[in-house]
Design a protein around this ligand. Sequence first.
Ligand code: PMP
Ligand code: GLN
Length: 387
Amino acid sequence: MRVSARFSGIGTTIFTQMSALAAKTGAVNLGQGFPDTDGPPGMLAAAAAAIEGGRNQYPPLDGLPELKTAVAAERVRRFGMAYDVDSEIVVTAGATEAITAALLGLCDPGDEVILFEPYYDSYAASVAMAGARHRSVPLRPIDGRFTFDPDDLRRAVGPRTRVLVLNSPHNPTGKVFDRAELDLIAAVCREHDLIAVTDEVYEYLTFDVAHVPLASLPGMRERTITISSAGKTFSCTGWKIGWALAPADLVVAVRKAKQFMTFAAGTPLQAAVAQALTDELDWVDGLNTRLREARDQLRTGLEKAGVSTYACDGTYFLQADVASFGHTDGLELCNDLAVRGGVVAIPTQVFYDDPASGSGLIRFAFCKRPEVLDTAVRRLSAYLGSA
Ligand code: PMP
Ligand code: GLN
């Protein structure tokens, strides 16, 4: 089969590969990040009611008005930021579509996009689809916490740089960018007239630290496309309902691309997410507490078994050291761990331009029930004991 040059270097996503390996081996799947419990019952009931009630045809291109209104109201409540429901919000098929549409809508061939590395795998693919190039700014651990060197960021900006993508809370490191880091990023965006595309899908899943949207910093609202989705906030990753908020001219860029990608998706699910954003935020508080406990359970279990881990202030994910397992390469370790250890993790190296830069790390997802994490920890301890 002949694949276009644009996709020739792009394989099947690691999440699909590792979930298939988990299914084949019967390993506990701490790879692909999805919860193993359902979202708020009220939201599920609202989706069922919308289907039963005949809301099964196309939604408007921009999304159901009730969802856009709920998104706008949530931003005002939480951050005091006002977005116009008619011109500054667009609903997408998950955050993934919003990110791809933003990059396609903004970049010309040869333009450059800044990514913090390791980066969520869809970013590099979307940049490539747009015919643009990405430049990576490394996040490196200092005292167990990932951070970046401001000089690396400044050096990454060139005459063709058009967009900076910021993902906070950050997959795969579990880092939440703090105010000083955000100030620095904002200053670079303002100085070089960059557009920021922020991926905030884990915005509600921070533990003891605040999530600060980049758009809330001085001079940033007018140059930021803020992207989020329902998948993580309401434990419905299979629904793929996302949205982008931005000034009208930037929303136009997203919409132009999105209208020919999916046009629109998920009418009854959009209705249910509108209900959840309005009525289910207490449920999200409970999810946050459970996830923090899950993080602690997995982290403590790993450390007790002799595995070094890194700080995780948000998301579903914990980074662990490959060397603790007596291995040098994360991909080899993950394959062996699935087959002989009965646990699937993600080799962090797939989120780097050069796999060698991330070969010493693997990522565990802790968005699972306590008994599942318990089984995983027991299996990992046994694997380490037998290594
Ligand atoms: N961004 C990040 C950082 C993610 O981890 C994910 C995975 N859920 C996505 C985007 C995709 O979000 P969605 O499922 O809403 O497309
Ligand atoms: N965001 C999920 C993760 O990082 C995976 C989503 C997907 O499979 N595309 O695990």
